[in-house]
Design a protein around this ligand. Structure first.
Ligand code: HPA
Length: 264
């Protein structure tokens, strides 16, 4: 075990979660549902990202979520902050080191489907990496050749679909396309994204999925739709809109996660 792993184990004071959640925009409030929480700022954990995006807090919260021991990561490092697609690698390695086997990722995304408006939740079934980057560039071992044919865990996906049904929460399914950001896409890029088979676009998550598979973690991901993508409405996109609209779908995704968490 490395020092950061030892440190986190010590701070968890006997808690031994196997499931971790990365909370994107709109899901940050979930940390308040953790019973008997231990809260640790990323700044106290060597290797954890020092995130500077407004709306992303930067703390680990561990405890019981609907009766299930979990570790929540409120705040993530984005490629567009650091020009480093592997910015989440040390944190994910530390999670693996403390016994996390299962990773649930959430994010905010723009929709390419008029039938999937702001406030919707989309289960990611597959992704397109359009960033030109990959978190495993520079990894020297042959382990870098990670298969992504079954990247999104089928059992976790089934649990999420059952939870959506049980809670009466609509759950869309689709392909998430990773753009590097931080500028939003152009209308032409969105037309291209539709042609190549994307249903939603965003600036995160894909590098974490690749890293999770590299580390042998089971992974699933859901998007909270905050807007129709560029060119689909008359208006301009903004980070303010993302922050304002995220709680709507965030509440729906929270309902699904409460139900699914014990079934992962
Ligand atoms: N594009 C990229 N990322 C996003 C969007 C979008 O339209 N909405 C929320 N995150």
């Amino acid at each position: 075990m490395n020092k950061a792993t030892d440190m986190l184990v010590e701070r968890l004071a006997g808690r031994a979660p196997t499931v971790a959640l990365v909370l994107g925009s709109g899901l940050g409030g979930l940390v308040d549902e953790v019973a008997d929480p231990v809260r640790i700022a990323y700044a106290e954990l060597p290797g954890f990202p020092q995130s500077g995006v407004t709306g992303h807090a930067g703390e680990v919260v561990a405890g019981d979520f609907n009766g299930v021991p979990v570790l929540m990561l409120a705040g993530r490092a984005h490629y567009y902050e650091h020009a480093n697609a592997a910015a989440m690698r040390p944190a994910l390695e530390i999670l693996q080191g403390i016994g996390i086997t299962t990773l649930m990722l959430t994010n905010a995304a723009g929709s390419l489907e008029p039938t999937m408006p702001p406030g919707s939740v989309m289960l990611i079934t597959d992704h397109i990496n359009f960033s030109g980057s990959n978190p495993l560039v520079g990894e020297p071992s042959d382990r870098r050749f990670v298969g992504l044919t079954q990247a999104y865990d089928s059992d976790m996906r089934a649990a999420l679909e059952r939870a959506a049904q049980a809670t009466g929460t609509p759950l869309h399914k689709g392909v998430y396309m990773w753009f590097s950001g931080p500028s939003f896409e152009t209308p032409a890029e969105i037309r291209m994204a539709r042609i190549v088979g994307a249903n939603a676009v965003g600036m995160s998550t894909v590098p974490e999925v690749i890293l999770a598979r590299f580390l042998g973690l089971r992974v699933a991901a859901c998007s909270v739709i905050t807007n129709l993508a560029a060119g689909m409405t008359g208006g301009e996109l903004s980070h303010q809109e993302t922050k304002d609209m995220a709680p709507l779908g965030g509440a729906r995704l929270a309902a699904i996660l409460r139900e699914a968490i014990g079934e992962f």
